[in-house]
Design a protein around this ligand. Sequence first.
Ligand code: PDD
Length: 279
Amino acid sequence: RIVYLNGDFLPFDEARVPIMDRGFLFADGIYEVSAILDGRLVDNEAHLARLDRSLGEIDIANPHTLGEWVALQTELVARNGVAEGLVYMQVTRGVFERDFAYPPAGTRPTVMMFTQEKTVAANPLAAKGARVITVPDLRWKRRDIKSVALLAQVLAKQQAAAAGVAEAWMVEDDAVTEGSSSTAFIVTAGGTLVTRPLSTALLPGITRQAVLRLAAEAGLALEERLFSVAEALAAQEAFYTSASAFVMPVVELDGKTIGTGAPGPHTRRLRELYLELAR
Ligand code: PDD
């Protein structure tokens, strides 16, 4: 397995980062995840645009142009021969003696990428539907930044794992904010697609954006607003989206069945349409 680190393609075991890296000390860095399908990157320019935006929000100069990023990703995917899976990209503020304030200008950011082989399209969970639990949202107030500081999401996902379910939906003031690593949607009994609007309180999901466009094309009415846990339980269908899950049906929330308890027709249609778009 070959990974990328600061200009070099290296065997996995030879890629090392110093202990004074600010990603390690402070989680002072940004990441992105793009899916790979049939050897090609899915909606990758949107992920790279969000990477650029996240870096800008925390004053890290993007170390690469869009074209350079794509060239590095493409080479990494080819070197690892990945047909289906993920490419992970991370940029931290670099290595310097520990101090909360930024290191001197000119400190080189640490740039790292790796690939993972994974079944993203023919995921058996998508046929069955995912079970989800709700957990309190313990995160900070700039969730629009794709920061590597993910402790609240780690705790949320572990609660899901301990409960034997696939995802945790985080809840704040009785409204569903997001999944621990996904965007949350419902289809109401009246047939309206609902997901919360973009703000600093959630990550602007790239898959979310694609699904909203597809929903409009498919003639599904759309409301961008908050929804409560009770509303999700009363919904006809529910699903979550991410680069790694695509469109994932939710059939159970906190042990209670949603809709018929099987992936609903709107969700299945949106997943199909998304897969067509991704290919
Ligand atoms: N997570 N919300 C949160 C909190 C996320 O972590 C993610 C993605 C999303 C979905 O965004 P997108 O559709 O752009 O992948 C929403 C990635 C996959 C991860 O952390 O692995």
